[in-house]
Design a protein around this ligand. Structure first.
Ligand SMILES: Cc1cc2nc3c(=O)[nH]c(=O)nc-3n(C[C@H](O)[C@H](O)[C@H](O)COP(=O)(O)OP(=O)(O)OC[C@H]3O[C@@H](n4cnc5c(N)ncnc54)[C@H](O)[C@@H]3O)c2cc1C
Length: 429
């Protein structure tokens, strides 16, 4: 083991691997430390990896990386207890390279990425948990792991949502329940042909379905179903505070979701082969900690760089982009021979110039909008009951959609409330 590294990266998720790979490719001495048996061993995501960041690192990565299906079909489904109403978007425009997003299974994907990091020249060690930071006065100068002290000019904390290191450095406090969502997910195995037939997919095309309403028993959160090559990823993501307040457990919500008539049809005949649970930062800009200090940069979930607007959950692309920005900053600091916070502030500048901070800032009020309870209960129920009445032919004289809508809304929500929520949603998400 070297006496001193240019950088030690803690965490072998997308943020840590992107940082370590970028640095190693430039010939810097890098150590990546991952606590899992291998990178990705316990990692979890929904998961669709959106955007072009990975393609910038590995052009045409889908030919080599263990990605599942590229997403050409996006569906939003409102669920009431017995019914569902979907908005189904299927586009040939999303069906060609460079694709808009891929489903991934993290155990395979992170492992592949960590191998790339190693091939680029970094030292990758697994099964080692980093316990602390090493300090020289106010400056981080390394890590303490497994009883050993390892030195580096800079440490990149990419240790995920609970980031022990960002807390130890005093950059952030403990997470509060209204800032994080808890996700639980099953991977359900099905034959490839069944998936393609059931979801109307050809070849490696994939579908991403977001659910709202009954899947969370009407509390703050949603459900998802993503198609992999030979499995489905099915899960719910619920605000931790809502779970506590309503005395709910995500595992029970997932069971109820799976038993819904619409979902039952989609997963029938499948076998659950994996079960996982994880937290995800959900309050975006509002919960973002300080991103750096002398000798330390914080990337990915550790810095709460996740966009949760209700449109989609984007964390992996934010993790990748922040990992790359952290690496660019270390390269610059090495050229200057200075690893103090003034030099490392370049990291924040890079993120501010990219989609990472621009998106988080633009959608900073989304988390307030998502606090509106009606989104998870009243509106999905209303959408389904209205659709049922529109489509039902029962021999009675018919009413216009407007009449039916007024009747269905009565006692549930006023027209002004609906308009106000619509405008607020349009503005914030
Ligand atoms: C249910 C759910 C659904 C999601 N869906 C999506 C989606 O569809 N699309 C999307 O883009 N994002 C999604 N996300 C978010 C996405 O998974 C995260 O934003 C992303 O994984 C963050 O990457 P990261 O590298 O920052 O952290 P992580 O992936 O959490 O990696 C952190 C790594 O650090 C390691 N580690 C932690 N502490 C230590 C330590 N002390 N020492 C050594 N190693 C350590 C961990 O083992 C882990 O490998 C979802 C998240 C959840 C929970």
């Amino acid at each position: 083991m070297k006496e001193k590294f240019d950088a030690i990266v803690v965490g072998g998720g997308p943020a840590g691997c992107a940082a370590a790979y970028t640095l190693a490719k430039e010939g810097l001495e890098v150590l990546l430390v991952e606590r899992g048996k291998f990178a990705g061993a316990k990692n979890m995501t929904g998961g669709v990896l959106y955007g072009p960041v990975l393609n910038n690192l590995f052009p045409d990565f889908w030919e080599d990386a263990p990605v599942e299906r590229h997403i050409s079909r996006q569906v939003i489904t409102f669920l009431s207890e017995r019914a569902s109403l979907s908005i189904d978007f299927n586009s040939a425009g999303l069906d060609k390279p460079p694709y808009n997003g891929f489903t991934v299974l993290r155990a395979k994907f992170d492992r592949w990425f960590a191998q790339k990091v190693e091939q680029a020249g970094a030292v990758v060690i697994t099964r080692i948990r980093v316990d602390d930071l090493l300090w020289d006065k106010q400056q981080v100068v390394g890590i303490v792991a497994g009883g050993d002290e390892l030195l580096a000019n800079v440490v990149i904390a990419a240790d995920g949502v609970n980031s022990l290191l960002a807390q130890k450095a005093g950059l952030r406090g403990r997470l509060s329940p209204e800032e994080v969502n808890q996700g639980v997910k099953e991977v359900i195995k099905l034959p490839r042909e069944t998936i393609e037939e059931r979801f109307n997919l050809a070849g490696d095309n994939g579908a991403a379905i977001q659910f709202l309403g009954f899947c969370t028993k009407g509390v703050h959160g949603g459900g998802f179903l993503y198609t992999n090559k030979e499995s489905l990823s099915l899960g719910v993501v619920v605000q931790l505070e809502a779970l506590i307040k309503n005395n709910l457990r995500s595992v029970d919500l997932l069971e109820g979701f799976k038993a819904h008539p619409t979902v039952q049809e989609l997963v029938k005949g499948g076998t659950t082969v994996e079960y996982s649970a994880h937290l995800v930062p959900a309050a975006g800009w509002r919960m973002m900690p300080r991103l750096y200090t002398d000798g330390l940069l914080v990337a990915g979930d550790a810095a709460a760089l996740v966009l949760a607007t209700g449109r989609a959950l984007e964390g992996m692309n934010f993790a990748l982009a922040s990992g790359v920005a952290a690496a660019e900053t270390v390269k610059k600091a090495k050229e200057k021979g200075d690893f103090g916070k003034e030099t490392l502030s370049y990291y924040e500048k890079l993120l501010a110039e990219s989609f990472v901070l621009q998106d988080l800032k633009r959608f900073k009020r989304a988390s307030q909008f998502l606090e509106i309870q009606r989104i998870y209960s009243t509106y999905p129920d209303l959408a389904c009951s209205l659709a049922e009445r529109i489509f039902r032919v029962d021999g009675n004289p018919k009413k216009t959609v407007w009449q039916l809508m007024r009747e269905e809304m009565k006692g549930k929500v006023s027209i002004w409330q609906l308009i106000r929520d619509g405008i607020s949603g349009g503005r914030t998400i």
